[in-house]
Design a protein around this ligand. Structure first.
Ligand SMILES: *Cc1c(COP(=O)(O)O)cnc(C)c1O
Length: 392
């Protein structure tokens, strides 16, 4: 088997487990630990924090099983899992920058990542600028001698613009600037940042890898050169993922390919239906042919997941509330990537500074879960009837 290149769906069933070490039991067990005993003083004193099982905060065999699986999926050298997706984003920024450095962050970045830059990075003397998601190779004009890192997220949270990641990476590599990418939307199944030269790939495991809306975790994957610097930096913050959550994430991984296939198929069907509705101005989903970045998506991605935005035609906010509040199959809630559908009213204009966000009307974000898409469409159809009635 080792001679063949296995495909992702197969890898997902094999990675991070070793039944022979566990009495033939298929899944690795949960090791819960703070203390890890040594046999002698000499053994204790010879321990190195990052080698093997030394202390609960430095990871347990359950943690390492998940990290090994994620690193293989990302085609990376090593993965570090941490206590949340937000921690994965912000600890990357914190671990790799120092006072006087300059960081460039994409303008459509996840809101809490932007908030960390504003409230914490700046306080520690790091300069932060935001850039147009569609800047491409033009990023070169924004690089300064002290630019340390460019932070990408493609497609962007809420607005779903893609970045030309290979073009940005090429310029940054030439100028010796690191690139990090929050790849939560695509997962490593539909886009692998390290394969196009991004230095750090970030995943909110909370979303599709967890897949069941019951855990919070993040993962950071790099090649060999960057691993120890990032590991040492992140370890200083003492924010590990718990072993029970690592076990749940491993369980989620097993079905990731099957779930994503279904999310994608249903999301495309619902998005196309929405795009044809008279109440809808635009659907923000890169898999649709009229999305402004559709060609980039086709060039770079192997698929689209279940999350997209919808810009409605101008209508009163009360009418939007009447529509959304009455939906039966869409929960109103943050996070996504679970088996169930979700909806949010979003306000992208509140977190843009480089390029103002302009929309015809109110903006929604949908996550399309694993329900039958025809049931979701019927629910939305009744929602639009409420919207029209409330709009008068
Ligand atoms: C949810 C999310 C995060 C943060 O993940 P948490 O586990 O909720 O902290 C980071 N980036 C993106 C793009 C996300 O959607």
């Amino acid at each position: 088997m080792s001679g063949r290149r296995l495909r992702d769906a197969t890898l997902l069933t094999l990675l991070g487990r070793d039944p022979e070490r566990h009495h033939g039991i298929v899944n690795p067990p949960v090791y819960r630990a703070s203390t890890v005993l040594a046999r002698t003083v000499a053994e204790y004193e010879s321990r190195r924090t990052h080698e093997g099982v030394t202390y609960g905060r430095a990871g347990t065999p359950t943690t390492f099983a998940l990290e090994e699986a994620l690193a293989a999926l990302e085609r990376g050298h090593r993965t570090l899992v941490v206590g949340s997706g937000k921690a994965a984003c912000v600890l990357t920024l914190a671990a790799l920058t120092r006072r006087g450095d300059h960081v460039l962050v994409v303008d459509c970045v996840y809101g809490p990542t932007r908030r960390f830059c504003e409230r914490v990075l700046r306080r520690f003397g790091v300069e932060v600028d935001y850039f147009d998601p569609r800047i491409g190779a033009g990023i070169g004009e924004l690089l300064r001698p002290n630019t340390r890192l460019v932070f990408l997220e493609s497609p962007g949270s809420l607005t779903f613009e893609l970045q030309d990641v290979p073009a940005i990476v090429e310029v940054c590599r030439r100028r010796g600037v690191l690139t990090a990418m929050d790849n939560t939307w695509a997962t490593p199944l539909f886009f692998r940042p390290l394969e196009v030269g991004v230095d750090i790939s970030i995943q909110a495991v909370t979303k599709y890898i967890g897949g069941h809306s019951d855990l919070v975790m993040g993962a950071v994957t790099t090649g060999a050169e960057l691993h120890s610097a990032l590991r040492d930096g992140i370890y200083e913050y003492g924010a590990p993922a718990g072993p029970d959550d690592c076990w749940l994430a491993l369980r989620g991984l097993r079905t990731l390919a099957a779930r994503l296939e279904r999310h994608q198929r249903s999301a495309l069907k619902v998005a196309e239906w929405l795009a044809a509705r008279p109440e809808v101005a635009r659907v923000l989903y890169p898999a649709l042919a009229d999305h402004p970045d559709h060609q980039l998506w086709r060039r770079d991605f192997r698929g689209a997941t279940g999350l997209f935005g919808v810009v409605l035609r101008p209508c009163p906010m009360e009418a939007v509330h009447a529509m959304v509040d009455g939906l039966e199959l869409f929960g109103i809630g943050a996070s996504w990537g679970g088996y169930e559908s979700l909806v949010l009213v979003t306000h992208p204009e509140r977190q843009r500074t480089a390029v103002p966000w302009q929309a015809e009307g109110p903006t929604l974000r949908f996550h399309i879960g694993l329900e039958d898409p025809d049931d979701l469409i019927a629910d939305l159809e009744a929602g639009f009837a409420r919207l029209r009635r409330a709009a008068g």
